[in-house]
Design a protein around this ligand. Structure first.
Ligand code: AMP
Ligand code: GLY
Length: 424
């Protein structure tokens, strides 16, 4: 079978890599892909834009792909799944209506409130004056969020009143365009975060191994928020008791509430959770797709064929699907960023040493890279995600950092403390 993967990040490289381990898959196409998917055996990049639904559907039909999997949220929010479904071309991901769970934070909040899903208390505003009055009344710390998609940049965790008011000013002045016409203001939650990537066929829910992302740029969770600087799995804080609560208090009510709205949600429902100091899971956000870089940490642990699992979700057969098989190991993924990230990044730097890191047993998932005259150069903020396994988290940490020592490019930087929380 041939499969089409939509996207160009490390997540899509990891999905393509995992699909190609299945005996059922002989070829993967990536639209548009990156330097890693361009050079992986049996994988081919296709130069189409991820909002060109007509072009992508035609490509899928001409190639006779078995199914398409959509990595990023934007095409999902624009309705790629509805478009492919109308042509009866199998595709993994929720419809446009289902993708609102990520594309509109106020929509997701209403759904959570109706379904009594534990989450931060919140209020929604369309006018600056009312938002300011609410912030003054609630006090700080407080969290200000643009309603729509903002590539992870729409959230301000304000520790001071000045920061909160400044964030409101920026959003209402149009920093995020239409995505900021509505603002959600939330109670500040404390605790550790866990990402649960739950696969569903609209009826049955199977969670992947729980992971922990590292959103801040600097060691010790300092500096600005980023797309994610590293992840590890399984996260020991997500015990089986906690995962049982996540299933019954969060995932099942969410799928039921979606169904009550007439939404047959098939694909990945990503629950970004805060585990409170009392050990209770609360939703920080839902995403309508797999996480990046969580996917790069989680998929190397999975011993079930990914195509079988995705097809079972697409075809509504998850109830009869055998239990997922997991390696009894730990996985750590460290993201290597470009100089200047997360602000203005330097691109076009030569990347060397990937082969040596792979010889050490690491998996090097590329994101911001491309081939230039057959040489690999940086082409984005997050350049590589290097993953290594170990018999425990401590070993996986040692393995990943010894492998990525071989990789170099000008401006390279990465966190030195990925997964260290799990060893305390
Ligand atoms: P989001 O895009 O909603 O996941 O928010 C990005 C990051 O901001 C989260 O991963 C958290 O680290 C932080 N954050 C969001 N909402 C809250 C909240 N209510 N309390 C504390 N931190 C939050
Ligand atoms: N790692 C965070 C995200 O995928 O949204």
């Amino acid at each position: 079978m041939k499969v089409l993967v939509v996207g160009s990040g490390g997540r899509e490289h990891a999905i393509a890599w995992k699909l190609l381990q299945s005996p059922n898959i002989d070829r993967v196409f990536c639209i548009p892909g990156n330097g890693g998917t361009a050079t992986m055996p049996n994988c081919q990049n296709v130069s189409l834009s991820i909002d060109d639904f007509e072009g992508m559907l035609r490509f899928a039909q001409v190639q006779g792909v078995g199914f398409t999997i959509v990595g990023p949220e934007l095409p999902l929010a624009l309705g790629i799944v509805d478009y492919f479904q109308a042509a009866e071309s199998p595709i993994f991901g929720p419809t446009k209506e289902g993708a609102q769970i990520e594309a509109s934070k106020s929509w997701a909040k209403t759904l959570m409130q109706e379904a009594k899903i534990p989450t931060a208390a919140s209020a929604t505003f369309q006018k600056l004056e009312a938002a300011i009055a609410y912030v003054r009344e609630q006090g700080v710390p407080i969290v200000i969020k643009a309603d729509g998609l903002a590539s992870g940049k729409g959230v301000t965790v304000a520790m001071t009143l000045e920061e909160a008011l400044e964030a409101l000013d920026r959003i209402f002045a149009g920093q995020f365009g239409a995505a900021g016409e509505t603002v959600v203001i939330e109670e500040f939650m404390t605790g550790q975060e866990v990402s649960v990537l739950a696969l569903t066929d609209g009826k049955v829910i199977r969670s992947l191994s729980p992971a922990q992302d590292h959103k801040r740029l600097g060691d010790g969770d300092t500096g600005p928020n980023t797309g994610g600087m590293g992840a590890y799995a399984p996260a020991p804080i997500a015990t089986s008791e906690l995962m049982a609560k996540v299933q019954t208090q969060i995932l099942e009510p969410a799928i039921a509430a979606l169904k009550a709205r007439g939404i047959d949600y098939r694909g990945c429902l990503y629950a970004g959770l805060m585990i409170t100091p009392e050990g209770e899971p609360k939703v920080v956000e839902f995403n309508c797709r797999l996480g990046d870089p969580e996917t790069q940490a989680v998929l190397p642990l999975l011993d079930t064929n990914l195509d079988d699992l995705f097809m079972a979700c697409i075809e509504g057969r998850l109830a009869n699907f055998p239990p997922l098989k997991w390696k009894k190991q730990s996985s750590v993924c460290v993201v290597m960023a470009a100089g200047g990230y997360p602000d203005k990044v330097e691109i076009g730097q030569f990347v060397t040493g990937i082969g040596k890191a792979e010889d050490m047993g690491a998996m090097v998932f590329q994101s911001g890279t491309k081939l230039k005259n057959n040489a690999l150069v940086t082409n984005g903020g997050r350049v590589l995600g290097v993953t290594a396994l170990g018999d425990n988290i401590g070993n996986a940490i040692v393995n990943v950092y010894s492998a990525l020592d071989f990789i170099t490019y000008d401006g390279m930087h990465y966190r030195k403390d990925i997964a260290s929380k799990a060893t305390n």
